[in-house]
Design a protein around this ligand. Sequence first.
Ligand code: PRP
Ligand code: URA
Length: 210
Amino acid sequence: MMEKVFVFDHPLIQHKLTYIRDKNTGAKEFRELVEEVSMLMAYEVTRNLPLEEVEIQTPLAKAKSKVIAGKKVGIVPILRAGLGMVNGMLQLLPTARVGHIGLYRDPDTLNPVDYYCKLPQDIEERELIILDPMLATGGSASAAISFIKERGGKNIKLMCLIAAPEGIERVCRDHPDVEIYTAAVDEKLNSHGYIVPGLGDAGDRMYGTK
Ligand code: PRP
Ligand code: URA
């Protein structure tokens, strides 16, 4: 199971994640840090994109050099908190298409409730990266992956900032084909389904709604 899980231990990512977790970090800085970490993670998540050789002319000579091959990328934030990870990704992948999936977690049942879905038309041809900072019970991520698969998406990765063991297990069980990229695996969920130590409610901290 864990062979599908990649935890980023790069010092820059770990350093920034510490300030994202800190409850004294305000919404503006929180958003900036989430964007920065997402950009750093984008670098690793795209490591296996296929390359192809092209011929170019430098000021001195003709040269064979590499560009990313035809494979197109789609990034799919889960609303709301996933939105905070989009710009960081787009800085490195400016031509990626962006789909949106709206899900919120019912506070009593912890089950995901869907309210929006708009995906690029050609998702079956794209390498898709789902963005959500928190993988808690895994209900939201698993539902988002199912949504995408029902609409033809095949090649799917999940990128989050903090994952709970329960969420990893759920996604690996429901979708064994999906790789999970995260900056941290935390200890556990509390009785309200929050990740401990985590960072609190990602959407509220990002948008100042609590
Ligand atoms: C948070 C988070 C994930 C979900 C994770 O969203 O951004 O989408 O909870 O929990 P799960 O793994 O148990 O499903 P939330 O439901 O708070 O919605 P919001 O982003 O709109 O605030
Ligand atoms: N959603 C969040 O925003 N935070 C958690 O810890 C769990 C779910």
